[in-house]
Design a protein around this ligand. Structure first.
Ligand SMILES: Nc1ncnc2c1ncn2[C@@H]1O[C@H](COP(=O)(O)OP(=O)(O)OP(=O)(O)O)[C@@H](O)[C@H]1O
Ligand SMILES: [Mg+2]
Length: 317
């Protein structure tokens, strides 16, 4: 049985300017023990999908199950399987960190949980904040508490909606070590993030959402293998020749251009030379998930909203 199953999920929001379709026929399954990434640009529908999973909002159509439990008709059983770290910082300012975690334990009917609470506090670098009031914490520390709250009832499925937004480098590493350990111990993880190097390093499989539709769904390694594999990077102060400008990614002085093979690398360098474009610090490397992501997002939108098939078919494991 899947850990999470999304079947033909759609979501319409009624707004002042009419109806917005935030999700269109989203279908995929996440297996127990997977570390799964859900990626997409701002507004793609990631948080909407997670809110439906968490029972915070209802789908307009389709079905969502957690370990077989329907998130609407079997809400309590489904919710118990889930530990959810929300994107928004929501907290009760009147409690200390430990009180907040005890209350959350009580909500799930877990008693005498202090050993696990202490382990969570230690692993998330919060041990010395246990008795601090929630309103005295910095933004990054509040996010750590949200992670601890999500894990307090030892849920088999952990859902993290941009858990590292606004979090310092040290906590990111601590957090990922801890989540990776929980995943090795058998917990399923569903992660959304805009830090694509995190997703590339951690996720076994990735789904990409664009305007509410799944446009890619595959193992991370297959997604990386399916793109132009070489990336040229250099610095220049000059304008690129028009033939290259269209395919280049420019960040200040840094230019990145994709190539499929060595012949294409040579041809790009020849074009630069012929145009008299002086390049410095030339590097030739492997394309990464960010390149794959941009390539997929810049491709044309999938043909029909109702298409049951993602733009990239899932490869067989
Ligand atoms: N409560 C709501 N009412 C109306 N529209 C909404 C509501 N929540 C989200 N939307 C719209 O639905 C779309 C998807 O939003 P969602 O928050 O799911 O995106 P996201 O992929 O999580 O983006 P981000 O990366 O910025 O977090 C957006 O167009 C958003 O404006
Ligand atoms: Mg979001």
């Amino acid at each position: 049985m899947s850990a999470i199953s999304f079947q033909h999920v759609s979501k319409l929001y009624q707004g002042a300017r009419g109806v917005l379709q935030a999700l269109k026929d989203v279908s995929f399954e996440i297996e127990p023990g997977e570390f799964f990434g859900l990626l997409g640009p701002n507004g793609a529908g990631k948080t909407t999908l997670i809110s439906i999973l968490a029972g915070l909002t209802h789908a307009t159509g389709g079905q969502v199950r957690v370990h077989g439990y329907d998130v609407v008709s079997q809400y309590a059983q489904a919710r118990r399987q889930l530990g959810i770290v929300p994107q928004e910082l929501v907290f009760d300012p009147f409690f200390t960190v430990r009180e907040a975690l005890r209350i959350q334990s009580g909500y799930f009917g877990v008693r005498r949980n202090d050993d696990w609470i202490d382990e969570l506090l230690a692993n998330l670098g919060l041990a010395d904040k246990a008795n601090a009031n929630m309103r005295q914490l910095s933004g990054g520390m509040k996010r750590r508490v949200l992670v601890a709250q999500a894990l307090v009832h030892r849920p088999p499925v952990i859902v993290l909606d941009e858990p590292t937004a606004g979090v310092d480098v040290e906590l990111r590493q601590t957090l990922w070590q801890f989540i990776a350990r929980l995943n090795r111990e058998g917990h399923t993880v569903l992660l959304t993030t805009h830090y694509l190097e995190e997703a590339e390093a951690l996720c076994h499989r990735i789904a990409m959402l664009k305007a509410g539709q799944v446009v890619a769904l595959d193992r991370t390694s297959a997604l990386l293998a399916g793109t132009a594999s070489t990336m040229l990077q250099f610095k220049t102060d000059q304008a690129l020749p028009p033939a290259l400008a269209a395919q280049a990614r420019v960040t200040g002085r840094i230019v990145q251009i994709k190539a499929h093979d060595a012949a294409e690398v040579e041809s790009i360098l020849a074009t630069l030379r012929q145009a008299g474009c002086k390049v410095e610090d030339l590097e030739i490397g492997r394309a990464d998930l960010e390149d794959v992501f941009l390539e997929i997002m810049q491709a044309d939108a999938p043909a029909q909203p109702a298409s049951p098939r993602p733009a990239r078919a899932e490869s067989v494991a």
